[in-house]
Design a protein around this ligand. Structure first.
Ligand SMILES: [Zn+2]
Length: 142
């Protein structure tokens, strides 16, 4: 089922074909997913032992195809968090401070995309991405 997300992730639309015809709907979305590193969930864990064989770990991780992984822009490995830290009731960073950073980033994107219909990096095609990097004197893929 995950593989059918490739088209909407790539094109921002989903096309449904039936005998009576074909229809295309807008389908821009942000995909956020999580998975364990192996069937038991402890592969790479700092204190608990994984009970899976290398073959099981490899087979499990290949359940998500390379083409689908390629369409997910950010991959983050999240280490386990101890209960005491999760239960800590100290106040974290204020939402207003986070909002200020997000607004600053959005302002930078608006300046960057002035004169285009783009609003964020996800809307950039590969050619615009490289051109933008070259224009700033950094000819590297983004
Ligand atoms: Zn395991």
């Amino acid at each position: 089922m995950l593989e059918v997300l490739r088209q909407p992730l790539e094109d921002g639309v989903v096309t449904i074909s039936r005998a009576s015809g074909t229809i295309t709907y807008p389908a821009k979305f942000m995909l956020i997913g999580a998975m364990n590193p192996c069937p038991c969930g402890y592969f790479g864990h700092p204190t608990k032992e994984c009970t899976c064989s290398n073959t099981m770990v490899s087979r499990y991780q290949k359940r998500i195809s390379g083409p689908l992984l390629d369409r997910i822009d950010i991959h983050v490995e999240v280490p386990p968090v101890e209960y005491e830290k999760l239960a800590d009731e100290r106040v974290a960073e204020a939402s207003a401070a986070v909002r200020k950073r997000v607004e600053g980033a959005r302002d930078a994107q608006r300046r960057r995309f002035t004169g285009t219909s783009l609003t964020c990096n996800a809307e950039m095609g590969p050619s615009r991405c490289v051109i933008s990097a070259v224009r700033k004197g950094r000819p590297r893929p983004c």
